[in-house]
Design a protein around this ligand. Structure first.
Ligand code: ADP
Length: 480
């Protein structure tokens, strides 16, 4: 080891108090599931973490019935002020158990501990704090006096930010007075189940939140349950389409937060070192498992070579490895299936004629890994420029004029996010105005705040999460 290399700095797993198996959380209790249980593993070394119950149709029925009872008997009768007290209590318990939650998240998901510790878990707490503050102020949500909750919400979340997506879903739903049945993703159920323990600790009335684990079929059953009033989904566009079809023609309200293929646009007057950091954060944060990732870099032709050189230098300093090591920048890919998809799309990129560059990393023997990769010479017709890779893979395209940048940025079926790097405020505003993306970051990327609405255009879905807009998606009479 050379003098300047980092020594291992693993975060201890001793703080975890995991059970060998987890049941479904229904009506305030952990219960058995009727489906075939499954194992959740650590993607970093494929070791077993715990056995997880799977909910069948009967279990979904029980969970929705518990949510309905809790809605009618307790939650809809409680004052907003009292609901807010529960949310504040949950937020504080998340803070108290922050280290444990961060370790569990990195173990089950594969993301670096510095991200789960410094980004995911603090945002989870802030989401509950923020919506706790709204619970007694619904009259000011912009929907007139005394707006009413929708009833029972069925919520389905993905594996890329397991606990953060849970917070995005639960906090506004509960603040608005709904009760919930939530289904975590099958590869990352762990932190939702620890969160269920937090709900018990917070003495949240039984049935207000029910957590049902299982695979896609469990989600499909939940979406189709006739007594669900609201469906909220974050995940792939394909599943989003299936859900939209399933709820079409019913009374259910729906919000969908789906895929993306964001353009990160770097103009020649941008501060280049800052932009390089932003490009790295845009696509290599969370191994690129981010629906709003800046996966298409649009760089002005005159600075292309300089930006790419500096980017490659920067990527060569990133450390890939043990997600629980505090020095790790790039963790594990979440599953074997996702790794196969990233490999397939990258191979197609090469076959279609783009030039592939991969950071020189030592890949651990066990587990699922993919080194940071850049494709240059990408054309708009290439699949790596159009399809969501959902991995640490950046496609680089060039442009000459702002008009060309805008046309290329909007040339995608998606429209979730975009980034602009420029020294000129007027250019930022003019370009942002013409980008068909729900979120546009200027001289930064992948910033999240509970007060700020988030959501997409076109095939990136509909509805907004976060802020006052996120609240209205859970109230009657609201344009979601
Ligand atoms: P990915 O393809 O990235 O795994 P998915 O959209 O398949 O993302 O998964 C997101 C969530 O949707 C997961 O909780 C998954 O179990 C769930 N899911 C998958 N298929 C369906 C379906 N047909 N109906 C409802 N939920 C589903």
């Amino acid at each position: 080891m050379s003098f300047l290399e980092y020594a291992p700095a693993p975060e201890s797993k001793a703080i975890l108090n995991l059970r060998d198996s987890y049941g479904l959380f229904i009506d305030g209790e952990f219960t058995d599931g009727g489906g075939k249980s499954f194992t959740t593993i650590s993607p970093a070394d494929e070791s077993r973490i715990a056995e997880i119950a799977s909910a069948d149709e009967h279990d979904i029925d029980r969970a929705v019935a518990a949510a309905r009872r809790a809605y009618e008997k307790t939650w809809s009768k409680m004052s907003g002020r009292d609901r807010g007290k529960y949310l504040f209590r949950i937020a504080r318990l998340v803070q108290e158990r922050a280290r444990e939650l961060a370790v569990a998240e990195s173990l089950d998901n594969g993301k670096p501990i510095k991200e789960s510790r410094d980004v995911d878990v603090p945002l989870v707490a802030s989401w509950f704090f923020y919506y706790a503050g709204w619970a007694d102020k619904l009259d000011y949500a912009g929907l007139g006096a005394n707006p009413k909750a929708l009833g029972v919400a069925g919520q389905i979340i993905p594996w890329n930010f397991p606990l953060l997506m849970l917070a995005w879903k639960l906090a506004p739903a509960l603040a608005a007075g709904n009760t919930v049945v939530l289904k975590p993703a099958e590869t990352t159920p762990l932190t939702a189940l620890i969160f269920a323990e937090i709900l018990q600790q917070a003495d949240l009335p039984a049935g207000v939140v029910n957590i049902v684990t299982g695979a896609g079929a469990t989600g499909a059953t939940l979406v189709r349950h006739p007594d669900v009033d609201k469906v909220a989904f974050t995940g792939s566009t394909g599943v989003g389409r299936d859900i939209a079809k399933a709820v079409a023609g019913t009374h259910k309200k729906v919000t969908l937060e789906l895929g993306g293929k964001a353009a990160n646009i770097v103009f020649d007057d941008a501060p280049i070192d800052q932009a390089v950091e932003g490009i790295v954060n845009g696509i290599f944060f969370n191994q690129g498992h981010v629906c709003c990732a800046g996966s298409r870099l649009l760089v002005q032709e005159s600075i292309h070579d300089e930006v790419i050189d500096r980017l490659k230098n920067r990527l060569s300093t990133l450390r890939l490895g043990d997600p629980l090591d505090k020095n790790t920048d790039i963790g594990a890919i979440n599953s074997a299936a996702q790794l196969a998809r990233i490999r397939e799309l990258s191979d197609i990129g090469e076959a279609e004629g783009a030039e592939r560059w991969t950071a020189d990393c030592v890949i651990p023997e066990k587990g699922f890994w993919f080194a940071p990769t850049i494709f240059t010479g990408v054309e708009a017709s290439h699949r790596i420029a159009r399809d969501e890779v959902f991995g640490p893979v950046l496609s680089v395209l060039t442009f000459r004029t702002p008009a060309e940048a805008i046309a290329k940025a909007n040339n995608t079926p998606y429209g979730l996010s975009a980034g602009i790097w420029s020294d000129k405020g007027s250019r930022i505003l003019a370009v942002a105005d013409r980008l068909r993306a729900g979120v546009v970051w200027a001289n930064t990327f992948n910033r999240f705040d509970p007060a700020s609405p988030f959501g997409g255009y076109k095939e990136s879905g509909y509805g907004r999460e976060g802020g006052r807009h996120g609240l209205t998606a859970y109230l009657k009479g609201a344009a979601a």
